[in-house]
Design a protein around this ligand. Structure first.
Ligand code: SF4
Length: 360
């Protein structure tokens, strides 16, 4: 049976059926519609004001590649300028190839690129060193939990370095729905309370962050990359496979089979969620070491680095959120262990932020 005509231009043959609406569109009309929807998300949510200098968290993966490409198309209408900021976590055999993809994109699109490295920002610690230190196997299940915290900090530092006023990341609707499910499954009211909306306005001196692709499905992100012939890096990070997020992803697939709008419905549910006063987390304060936003005496990044220093790495994602704890004063940060054999024992952490390029 021949493909139907494009619903929009009525000239070309349709090349796809939009997963949610079922609309049959040709490739160019789909890309135009996708860009218009991202523009609407940004304008309706007042995410990026005219004049904003926008740091795009660029990982080389499909989501951040599509985000950078779409924002580059929309930049004249939005009146914003773009900077690519990439984070080098120090993951051997993975990140170098992903960074090569980011460099190609920066050159092709003529966008300035800055790379910030964990090793420079965090006293010599790389993710490989953290993995050795936390598990001794080099493939700890806690890696993504640690990495998600450090990555957030690194992106903030990189954005400040390039004079950005705003940060954007490539999270799509599926990513956000998975996060909502994970927070429900962990009973993490604090994260559920913060998880709604299209971003954060920049509490406590942090730069405002937003997710312009948050209402776009993963399938459509892939289709956009396909029809725009975007060059991106698609290998999975070596530390990702064990992550808890994988269970949420499987669950979401089952839900979408029965209800195609399940991902977007979950995102909207989180936006509208109202917590009872007793369940709300205490208002955040400032980290006693670095001044970043913190719900305890140390922010998560400083607590993590402090734990690595003491040989007792730990994180409290989803645990102990009743109030601020009493952590001792921080000491100087020692260099990471270079010899895997000398690394301390395994961490008790649980992976909570595995990304396949979604950890910004
Ligand atoms: Fe970091 Fe993402 Fe790799 Fe996890 S999957 S270790 S968050 S880069």
């Amino acid at each position: 049976m021949p493909a139907p005509q494009c619903f929009s231009c009525h000239a070309a043959r349709a090349a796809l059926r939009r997963p949610r609406s079922g609309q049959a569109l040709c490739g160019p009309c789909f890309c135009t519609a996708f860009e218009a929807e991202v523009l609407h998300t940004v304008l309706a949510g007042r995410l990026l004001p005219p004049g904003a200098v926008v740091a795009v968290g660029a990982s080389g993966g499909k989501d951040s590649t599509v985000l950078a490409h779409v924002l580059r198309e929309l930049a004249p209408q939005l009146g914003v300028s773009l900077r690519l900021v990439a984070v080098d976590e120090g993951i051997g055999g993975y990140r170098d190839a992903a960074l090569a993809a980011v460099r190609r994109q920066a050159a092709r699109w003529d966008l300035p690129l800055t790379v910030v490295a964990y090793a420079d920002l965090f006293g010599g610690w790389t993710m490989d060193a953290v993995a050795r230190s936390t598990a001794g196997t080099g493939r700890s299940r806690a890696c993504c939990t640690f990495c998600g915290v450090l990555r957030r900090r690194a992106l903030e530092e990189g954005a400040r370095l390039v004079g950005a006023t705003h940060i954007v990341t490539g999270h799509n609707a599926d990513d956000m729905a998975e996060t909502v499910l994970m927070n429900f499954l962990r009973g993490d009211a604090g994260r559920l309370a913060r998880g709604g909306g299209l971003g954060s306005r920049g509490e406590g001196g942090a730069l405002p962050r937003c997710r312009p692709l948050q209402l776009a499905s993963q399938k459509e992100v892939v289709l956009y990359a396909h029809f725009r012939r975007l060059d991106y890096f698609s290998e999975e990070c070596v530390y990702a496979p064990e992550a808890f997020r994988g269970h949420a992803r499987d669950l979401l697939k089952l839900l979408e089979a029965a209800r195609p709008s399940a991902a977007l419905d979950l995102v909207h549910s989180a936006e509208r969620l109202a917590l009872a006063p007793a369940a709300r987390p205490p208002p955040p304060g400032a980290c006693s070491r670095c001044g970043a936003l913190a719900s305890r005496s140390l922010c998560q990044a400083c607590a993590l680095l402090d734990g690595l220093q003491r040989g007792q790495p730990r994180l409290a994602i989803g645990k102990g959120r009743g109030g601020r704890d009493k952590e001792g004063p921080p000491g100087p940060l020692p260099p990471p262990p270079s010899d895997p054999e000398s690394a301390p024992g395994p961490a008790a952490g649980e992976c909570g932020a595995a990304c396949k390029e979604r950890c910004e």
